[in-house]
Design a protein around this ligand. Structure first.
Ligand code: ATP
Length: 257
């Protein structure tokens, strides 16, 4: 369904994404994990058309690289951005309806009632202003708004960021419900939840994809994944990590441990 290759994003002299590629099949749930600054958000922005980028972008076999973000949204590529971006002065219900603006003549795959079914906690908050919501409630509104955009591919940037474990569980429960109906590309630093939800994953570091595999494979290679996430201390051998070449080096190091 989605196939991107050799994606490059720069901000001035900062090369945030340096030739990343990944794919997501129809109805598949795939995660992209990696430390701060790995280029994950920039890759999602490039796929959604919000950030100009080099590389190849195909969706359902169509070259979408020259399409605007609005045109990509109308084809069903929907991004739920990091930080939720809920409108503070609109009610929950109004915020959710905003998601439908790109749908136009396409059939609506999710209606407001479906969103309330998936996020029952929002039902009693329907008339509350966005600015008065907790972080978890805002995340649910952001996801519900994404669903109203009738996604065929829903890209979600750090759904668990800043959420208490119980709320995170609720959000991932809803994502599980959505998975299968819609293809998912989840960007996360919360590796465990993301790998549990998704069938496959990619690890990004230093603007590149440095590792990929099934969730079981990535979970099995926990030590290596932690190395790339920067949560495992390799002492004076850590400097080789953020490049593809570093992957080979680190694999050898990991296997010789
Ligand atoms: P995080 O989890 O912290 O969001 P990330 O993996 O999503 O990290 P990006 O946000 O894509 O990474 O950032 C990749 C690199 O690009 C970083 O070095 C970041 O500082 C830089 N960057 C991101 N956005 C901009 C911008 N608008 N202007 C300049 N540099 C940017």
């Amino acid at each position: 369904m989605l196939e991107v290759e050799d994606v490059r994003v720069s901000y001035g002299t900062t090369r945030a994404v340096q030739g990343m590629g990944l794919s997501v099949g129809a109805g598949e749930a795939v995660c992209l994990i990696g430390p701060n600054g790995a280029g994950k958000t920039s890759l999602l922005a490039a796929i959604s058309g919000m950030e100009s980028a080099g590389g190849s972008f195909r969706f359902d076999g169509e070259d979408v690289s020259r399409l605007s973000s609005f045109q990509r949204a109308r084809r069903g590529i929907v991004l739920v951005p990091e930080g939720r971006r809920v409108f503070a002065d609109l009610t929950v219900h109004e915020n959710i309806l905003v998601g439908a603006t790109s749908v136009r003549k396409r059939p609506m795959r999710f209606r407001p009632d479906d969103a309330y079914d998936i996020f029952p906690a929002l039902t009693r908050l329907r008339n509350r202003r966005g600015g008065l919501l907790s972080g978890g409630e805002q995340q649910m509104v952001a996801l519900a708004r994404g669903l109203l955009g009738s996604p065929r591919l829903l890209m979600v940037d750090e759904p668990s960021l800043g959420l208490a474990p119980a709320v995170c569980k609720q959000v991932y429960g809803a994502l599980e419900h959505i998975a299968g109906e819609v293809a998912l590309l989840i960007v996360e630093q919360n590796t465990n939840d993301a790998l549990r939800l998704c069938e496959r994953g990619y690890v990004a570091a230093g603007g590149r994809i440095v590792l990929s595999g099934t969730s079981a494979e990535l979970a099995d290679r926990e030590a290596l994944v932690e190395t790339f996430l920067g949560t495992r201390d390799l002492g004076n051998r850590a400097e080789a990590i953020p490049t593809t070449e570093g992957l080979e080096g680190s694999r050898e190091q990991e296997e010789s441990r």
